[in-house]
Design a protein around this ligand. Sequence first.
Ligand SMILES: Cc1cc2nc3c(=O)[nH]c(=O)nc-3n(C[C@H](O)[C@H](O)[C@H](O)COP(=O)(O)OP(=O)(O)OC[C@H]3O[C@@H](n4cnc5c(N)ncnc54)[C@H](O)[C@@H]3O)c2cc1C
Length: 320
Amino acid sequence: MSTLVFLEHHGNELSKAGLGVLSKAATLGDSDLSAVIIGTGVRPLADEVGKFGAAKVYVADDQQLDAPLPQPRVDVLAQLVRDQGIDTVLFANSVLAADVAAGLAARLDAGVNWDLTDLVQQDGKLVGKRPALQDSVYVDVGWTSEPRIALFRSGSFDPNASGGTAEVEDVQLALEDFSTAARMVDQAHEESEGPSIEDAQVIVAGGRGLGGPENFTLVEELAKALGGAVGATRAVVDAGWYPYSTQVGQTGKTVSPKLYIACGISGAIQHKVGMQSSGVIVAINKDPNAPIFEFSDLGVVGDVHEVVPKLTELVKQRKG
Ligand SMILES: Cc1cc2nc3c(=O)[nH]c(=O)nc-3n(C[C@H](O)[C@H](O)[C@H](O)COP(=O)(O)OP(=O)(O)OC[C@H]3O[C@@H](n4cnc5c(N)ncnc54)[C@H](O)[C@@H]3O)c2cc1C
């Protein structure tokens, strides 16, 4: 087995989701495990990759790779698969990673399994685990040919820096003409304060029980007091109360903070699948029969408008 993990970066940081996939791959016993970093000025990022289990890091560092466009990345990956005899390519899902994985599958006529939450060795074969039927069951999925391509739900695995160093190898860039035809005109960044929802150790999430978008200040203030990030349910995102980037769940993000505080959230299965691996789950809901209480570690039956401000006050007092 010869596995390659695609590592995305944002600014000067490798994405946690990609390092999580690399850490998972390292548990599968592949002594030939490698990773690839593609972009401009990314060479220094390679130094930390060995800690997460890669024996080798390929670096494609070139001005032509500055914009996060998929086709030049497909060129780099296709070249590595061909020249290095790679049989498995793994991605943590993102807008870019999904495009690159699909493009690579088309280029190499390879099979891609997406939306996986786990990967295991079963009877000498790689088997992916994919939630189905609104995440109520796990389906085993495999590949009938090589290379195998897999795309994991973001946040499925925590990065595990267990030590080690990786050999760093530069990739000689050879881009196809058609891969340089697209140009990125503009890239907008969302203004945000505090940690991102994927990286936060604490998430305070709000649901329809908050009663309106203006009441999100309650969860924002508690999140701020705890040094955490704000999450939301799809119901409130669909209603336009909060941005999609904060949606937790089946069609949003999978998160696993140490502490998840759910405020006015019913605990629908599609929300649960995105946060159930959190360390401690605290639920505040006025309905004692709300499903969220079935998988919470601590529950408060009460009105969010009363409980949340008191909690924020208590946290501030403790910190003070
Ligand atoms: C294919 C599919 C994909 C989906 N993907 C997602 C997803 O990614 N993420 C997601 O979250 N959902 C997703 N959903 C939607 C999901 O089924 C639920 O509809 C949604 O999670 C409900 O959001 P909610 O808990 O905010 O609202 P509700 O279900 O309306 O719950 C509101 C809760 O607030 C409580 N409440 C009301 N007032 C107060 C108060 N004053 N104080 C305290 N508690 C109060 C109520 O008792 C209730 O339990 C998906 C659905 C489908 C079909």
